[in-house]
Design a protein around this ligand. Structure first.
Ligand code: DNO
Length: 360
């Protein structure tokens, strides 16, 4: 297992590579070029600069996140071929600089959605991301987008790129005729276009699940439970067609058994990496992001780590979203302190599982 940390680049992150390097057991970063629009080619020069900076700080960069899929591909428009070609060019460029796993998603329009980016916990004054479907009320997607961007403390948010959201109303309308089945067929077309390139250059594509784990605003969604993920890995039968199992995204739906889902795809060799965080359920379609420790939320992090250790021991893990604690301010979910605590805790669980299993 390699423990990693998401890093947005020197100009865009409140956390420095030096700070990340000082977290015990940190092997590298999960990187992102957050200024790239969906459909654009990530050039060799910009990748080399980003990866080089991480390496100079003593950190690997074998996983890259949020190489976003253009909406035309998801909608199956004729222009998709051009965007698939661009995607292949990005894959080749990333591979040339040592990247092994690409995290992406196939969610129409929105990546993830919350109704509050800084919900204060009265018990201790910390804050974290929060969702309550009832809060959506009559607020349409436009208002939610506005609130989300206003709550981002001036930082870019992954999946909330302004150019994508500028066209929001038009794009939402165009999805009206697209069923989950059609979305899945468009997904197959995309995978058939890129997986041969991935196989040639040794890249694993890791699909991030829908967050929260159910359809929103009437948009089609296909990656929020075991059955949906199973259909995705079967769209193209290749080890390069894999998943990024995110415990917090899938875990937002209490009927998802996260350790069982990890075991299922781990045994199939289809896990590219893991995002690990905890969730506290507060009611129907209502939750907040808790600290990583099992007892502070509703997910059993020990069982989750054990499932990973037993079925995909060589995977990459990153502590996902943290709370804001110790008066830190920064990109919601992506401060230093709570994610560093998360990494230390997850490393501790890993060590315990490893030692217990070697004694058997
Ligand atoms: C949220 C992240 C996601 C993830 C993308 C990958 O905080 O986990 O934005 O990186 O879905 O495309």
């Amino acid at each position: 297992m390699k423990m990693t940390f998401r890093w947005y680049g020197a100009n865009s992150d409140s956390v420095s590579l030096r700070q990340i390097k000082q977290i015990p057991g940190m092997s590298g970063i999960m990187g992102v070029l957050d200024y790239k629009a969906a459909g654009e080619v990530w050039t060799e020069d910009e990748i080399a600069a980003y990866v080089g900076e991480a390496q100079a700080a003593g950190l690997e960069c074998e996983v890259i996140e949020s190489v976003n899929v253009h909406e035309d591909i998801k909608m199956g428009l004729p222009s998709r071929d051009k965007y698939i070609e661009n995607y292949c060019a990005t894959i080749r460029n990333l591979a040339k600089h040592g990247v092994k796993v690409i995290v992406y998603n196939f969610m129409p329009v929105f990546d993830w959605l919350r109704t509050d980016l800084a919900r204060i916990m009265p018990e201790d004054g910390s804050n974290s991301l929060y969702f309550d479907e009832a809060d959506l009320g009559d607020r349409g997607p436009l208002e939610i987008v506005r609130n989300t961007l206003e709550g981002s403390n001036g930082f870019s948010l992954p999946g909330w790129e302004p150019e994508r959201l500028a066209e929001l109303e038009k794009t939402m309308k165009r999805y009206e005729g697209i069923s989950p089945e059609l979305l899945r067929e468009n997904y197959r077309y995309f995978l058939q276009g890129i997986i041969p390139t991935c196989e040639k250059c040794g890249i694993v594509m890791a699909c991030h699940p829908d967050d929260p784990a159910w359809p929103i605003f009437g948009l089609p969604r296909i990656a929020y439970d075991l059955d949906g993920l199973d259909k995705i890995v079967k769209l193209v039968d290749s080890r390069s067609n894999a998943l990024c199992l995110c415990s917090g995204s899938l875990g937002s739906n209490p009927s998802n058994d996260i350790p069982a889902i990890i075991r299922r795809f781990g045994e199939m060799g289809r896990i590219g990496c893991l995002h690990l965080r905890n969730i506290k359920f507060l009611g129907h379609r209502k939750f907040r992001e808790a600290a990583h420790l099992s007892s502070t939320g509703d997910l059993d992090m020990f069982e989750i780590v054990k499932a990973a250790y037993e079925t995909c021991p060589d995977t990459y893990i990153r502590p996902d979203h943290g709370r804001m604690i110790w008066s830190e301010t920064g990109r919601p979910g992506y401060g230093l302190y709570d994610r560093a605590l998360g990494a230390a805790y997850l490393n501790g669980l890993w060590e315990a599982v490893e030692k217990l299993s070697s004694k058997k």
